[in-house]
Design a protein around this ligand. Sequence first.
Ligand SMILES: Cc1cc2nc3c(=O)[nH]c(=O)nc-3n(C[C@H](O)[C@H](O)[C@H](O)COP(=O)(O)OP(=O)(O)OC[C@H]3O[C@@H](n4cnc5c(N)ncnc54)[C@H](O)[C@@H]3O)c2cc1C
Length: 355
Amino acid sequence: MPRPEYPLKVYADLQATSFAEARDCLLAMATAGHLSILEDDASTLTIQSDHGTMGLSASDDGTVTAVATAEDDRWMFIVKNAIVVQLKKQFPEVTENMRWSDAGQGPVLPPTFTLVTVREVYPVGSAFLRVVLEGDDFAAYGRESIHFRLVQPPKGKDPAWPFLAPIGSVKWPEGEEAPHKPVYTARSIDHAAGTLVTDIFLHEGGQTIEWAREVMSGDRSRANIGIMGPLGGGLLEAQNVLLAADETGMPAAARMLENLPQGVTGTLFLESGEGAGCDYPLNVPDGITVKWLARNEGDSLEQAMIKAMATPFEADVWFAGERGQAARVRDFAKNAGWDPKELRISGFWKAPDNP
Ligand SMILES: Cc1cc2nc3c(=O)[nH]c(=O)nc-3n(C[C@H](O)[C@H](O)[C@H](O)COP(=O)(O)OP(=O)(O)OC[C@H]3O[C@@H](n4cnc5c(N)ncnc54)[C@H](O)[C@@H]3O)c2cc1C
């Protein structure tokens, strides 16, 4: 595989570790993530990751240096973090003193953090509030990654934001300043207007709903928040799909539907309390059949998927729902003989009674 050249390159010396040990540690990550090895010899290791490389080099005096290259600041942050997280598993004492060559002198916001202001909040259907956020740059929330953390500082406090430590990892405010930061989906982005739309499901006891309702009622003191991302998976490319979502996955499903290729076929199961009555707006391609399930009438997303997946067929599978349900659907699919590469089955939330 030819070695791509990336514009950014940074280094961090690893004290008190041998090249061989650090190499084994990073190679384990490459194997687990099916990443390509670009170079592997007595003094150099280079692993290809998305939009950058992770590696090691050993100099004649025995110094071992971690090396990261990347396309831009955002990806550099992700590549550096991947190296640190992996090394930390085996050499916690080594990573404590690591300092990347691009580390700033004072606290800086992580490149994956964007300050945003709420432009408006309004109901969508009977089960969601739509929050329109304004910010400088939402380009990262394209096809490959559509999720983010909605970073809400505690009520009544001056906001404290995360910052980048010299090691390249993010330090979150702690104690009374710790923000609430659940994961949401970029339902749509308008680059010209500088807005990102996210839809928040109205479930019992949700802190984010309380926050959104306060801003909707005119309390602008909490209208300045942050988003951290992108995170998680992106859009699907497949010609035949089997999709399933409860309310938490509906914004992602809606965005996927709008970006599937021409002529796509398949089925989408959607579960909400009252089924189709939740009126969540969707633009459905002609070849996709939508089957609404009403939880209040005993329907279950998990059971619908298990029935639909009894015998494997050619399709990309995507499931977003409660974590326990996701685990059971994943186990069922594997036992039924589905190819794990075609499965994207995720828990989007955790029921309180689920350990
Ligand atoms: C990749 C990803 C994308 C997501 N996208 C979206 C999205 O676009 N829109 C969206 O609404 N959610 C989305 N979620 C789910 C969301 O992150 C969780 O529901 C989260 O707990 C909401 O935080 P909160 O502040 O409302 O509730 P919290 O204050 O975190 O939790 C309060 C209580 O609510 C319960 N709870 C959380 N979710 C639900 C639920 N769905 N039904 C019933 N009880 C619940 C919790 O168990 C807890 O007891 C996504 C999650 C992931 C992982």
